[in-house]
Design a protein around this ligand. Structure first.
Ligand code: PMP
Length: 287
């Protein structure tokens, strides 16, 4: 079913509107210049996992784009739960978004255009289908995560996803479910919408998030590993090291913990630690 043609309600600019009426004008600044920041969250058993931190990140992303979101964390939280209640959902994916709307500016500058805010949601199962059990197949993207000097890479901003969409299209054309991206220096970075972890000799290695999103799921999983006494090494990872890693998984709100079976020509096993962390995460988010 098309995402613009569904029953239900969307929270938009301070009130609930019927799903099909949640529209914006063609001359919305964000549509032309990517002046938009968003969040992806999951509600489990009626509670949004790390919801307040997502709202804080949304506000921070806006600030990084020189865009003050006219809501407090409490107001954003209220909007998310109002949307969930209106749709009768206790388990759903939640998409909060803030953007520069239509206004007096239609050039690159957007100061005269209002910052708008909306929250939608939908029921989303496994982001990578049955990869959760078999291990996802990942392509290697030709696009590199950009330097923090060229774009505010800490923000969860629409503009950063342009190369992700292109990478994912190329991956899907090869029968893969996602793509792993290197960064501008050639280090292993992340997938198109999820962070990446590797296992070797009982230790876990994960790229230092110095030019991409330090995901909340990533932070949760690092905590889980430390609680289990597993050594976690955050560092720059070279492409030639991929061969030496035994296990690999992705983390993200949508991806949750998804095992990876293959990246390009490199193979990984869906091992005991991967399964333990994937199952542990599923329990933790429902506590
Ligand atoms: N990197 C990118 C590019 C993402 O889109 C996401 C999903 N928000 C992540 C990492 C993981 O972030 P989180 O765990 O906070 O969902």
């Amino acid at each position: 079913m098309s995402y613009d043609d569904r029953d239900g309600f969307i929270w938009m600019d301070g009130k609930l509107v019927p799903w099909r009426d949640a529209k914006v004008h063609l001359l919305t600044h964000a549509l032309h210049y990517a002046s938009s920041v968003f969040e992806g969250e999951r509600c489990y058993n009626g509670k949004i996992f790390r919801g307040r931190e997502h709202s804080e990140r949304l506000i921070r992303s806006g600030k990084l784009l020189d865009m003050d979101i006219p809501l407090t964390v409490d107001q954003i939280e209220e909007a998310k739960y109002a949307m969930l209640r209106a749709n009768g959902w206790t388990d759903a994916y939640v998409r909060a978004i803030a953007w520069r709307g239509a206004g007096e500016d239609m050039g690159v500058s957007a100061r005269k255009n209002p910052v708008r805010f909306a929250v939608a949601g939908w029921e989303w199962g496994n982001y990578y289908g049955d990869a959760k059990f078999k291990g996802a197949r990942l392509d290697i993207s030709k696009w590199k995560r950009p330097s923090p000097e060229t774009i505010p890479s800490e923000a969860k901003a629409a503009g950063l996803y342009m190369i992700c969409t292109m990478s994912k299209h190329a991956a899907e054309a090869k029968g893969c479910s996602d793509a792993m991206m290197f960064d501008y220096r050639g280090y292993v970075a992340e997938a198109t919408g999820a962070n990446i972890f590797f296992v070797k000799d009982g230790e876990v290695h994960t790229p230092l998030p110095d030019c991409f999103l330090n995901g909340l799921t990533r932070q949760t999983v690092i905590g889980m590993l430390k609680d289990r006494g597993v050594n976690v090494i955050e560092r720059h990872i070279m492409p030639e090291e991929l061969e030496s890693f035994e296990q690999c998984w992705l983390t993200g709100t949508a991806a949750e913990v998804t095992p990876v079976g293959q990246i390009g020509d490199y193979n990984f096993e869906v091992g005991a630690l991967t399964r333990d962390i994937a199952e542990g995460y599923e329990k933790l988010v429902r506590e």
